[in-house]
Unconditional design. Structure first.
Length: 155
């Protein structure tokens, strides 16, 4: 029973991070974002919610797998990097959508991308599957970085 509770807790944390940032940025997504120039390859808005939900669930489960490993230097570093990248993930939404700072958001998402890559590398030292579960996240943030750059350039 305790194991199920821990798994759910680790799944809920990134979902909550996404939900909180989404709550505060929804108005801008439905107003400002609709008015700016976007590249032709910009996905429709309805794609983002399901994609991020899956990515947050993968993130949460991978962090649970790391947490369940025996204590070690790498496990501690992995959990710290995970927390840091989750914080950067949270901040990006505010920089881009709430404040409309597309240039600052671009710099921040590059830092986010680097932190995700670092997280994957260190996760691999602790639990290989946990690392692999974050590859879709890295790929999506790679795409989001290109999209952020294009929007910055076009506006």
């Amino acid at each position: 029973m305790m194991k199920i509770f821990r798994v759910l807790l680790f799944l809920i944390i990134p979902i909550a991070v996404g939900a909180i940032s989404g709550y505060f940025t929804t108005q801008s997504v439905q107003s400002w974002y609709l008015t700016i120039d976007k590249p032709t390859w910009n996905p429709p808005n309805y794609v983002f919610g399901p994609v991020w939900t899956v990515l947050y669930l993968l993130m949460g489960y991978s962090s649970y797998r790391i947490f369940e490993q025996p204590e070690s230097k790498f496990r501690t570093i992995a959990l710290r990097i995970y927390s840091f990248q989750l914080f950067l993930n949270f901040c990006w939404s505010f920089l881009f959508f709430y404040f409309n700072y597309t240039g600052v958001a671009l710099l921040e998402i590059v830092a986010l991308w680097a932190s995700i890559l670092s997280m994957i590398v260190i996760f691999r030292k602790v639990d290989s599957l946990a690392a692999w579960l974050n590859i879709p996240y890295l790929l999506w943030v790679s795409f989001a970085t290109a999209l952020n750059a294009a929007i910055f350039y076009l506006n």
